[in-house]
Write a protein that binds this ligand. Sequence first.
Ligand code: GDP
Ligand code: MN
Length: 397
Amino acid sequence: MNVHEYQGKEILAQFGVGIQRGVVATTPAEAVTAAKQLTEETGTGWHVIKAQVHAGGRGKGGGVKLAKSLDEVAQIADDIIGMQLVTPQTTAEGKKVHQVLVAEDVYYPGDSEPKEFYISVLLNRATGRNMIMYSTEGGMDIETVAEQTPELIFTEEVDPTVGLLPFQARKVAFNLGLSGAAFKGMTKFVTALYKAYVGADAALFEINPVLKTSDDKIIAVDAKVTLDDNALFRHPDFEAMRDIREENPTDVAAREVGLNYVALDGNVGCMVNGAGLAMATMDLIKQAGGDPANFLDVGGTADAARVEAAFRIILQDPKVKAILINIFGGIVRCDRVAQGIVDAYKNMGDAIKVPIIVRLQGTNSDIAKKLIDDSGLEVQSAVLFQEAADKVQAVLQ
Ligand code: GDP
Ligand code: MN
């Protein structure tokens, strides 16, 4: 799950990571109040107004602006809130901005040497270790740095059972060319950042830029935070940060009814019970010459309501030209699933315009096949796995 920059910074701050301070606002009036509050707390007279959307490159798209007075705060907040923000990381349509982060200006006026760094923490799947990736080239696209000056990107691997060792944090600060108070500040920053990554059960932290202010403070100016969905149950306060306006509507619908759904690029929708069988089904579709449009695990309770919900989710994808239902009746009886399919099909009236191939194997599969065959619906039944995949291919020809 992704969270907004302001929420990511809240998480970082909880673990003692230094951040650029800010207050979120949904109207220009709120933005002005936020700016006044920040002036009281930090003494800053200038503020940055930052669009809060789940996409990077906001600066380039006009979603990050400096305000040098309260009038400018109101004006810029008014311009940004409600805008359709297009950045190198959004579609051409862009993303609607519902709120802004009003933050203290940390590139102090007349600043001699603010320095921007890049620091991320992520899992290196190849080594099974966490990894701190960092660079002196902050504020830029890390992909561009990787292409043009890969020698300026460093990595530090961390053994998850031991954690980040003090010498590793010092190495990061050293490689970033720091000394004195900034060196100390950076080792503290990196140590807290790693703790936060582990403590929050994060999947990715990308802090770009990390800023060294002219008075040698080290703070996170931006925060891209991705949390591990599978660990969210341990963090109800983070789960509450979910902003479904930023998420794919189909994914949201699937999660609401408790279906395990991942959209893919192909044209064969699949509905399967059990993640392993779903994977095998996708393989078989591929082997038969097709392409799965999704992964969908309906789980152990495939009743009519669930089957219908799954149909609706699959059909939201206009690429779907056929649906393959592959159910193994172990705990669930095949005839109940078949009845569920027939009921859902009838309930949905004309909504289903694509052929459906059903394979039900296991307890009461013979009764189930008869139910489908006798339903008079345009549902084809197959019993063998391969047969089902071939039938899908046949209807797509
Ligand atoms: P992104 O474009 O979505 O990555 O958003 P960032 O939060 O990284 O902001 C983009 C750029 O805005 C940063 O690289 C900074 O150069 C600039 N910026 C951010 N905060 C401040 C600030 O407090 N003062 C000034 N002058 N510029 C800032
Ligand atoms: Mn950034």
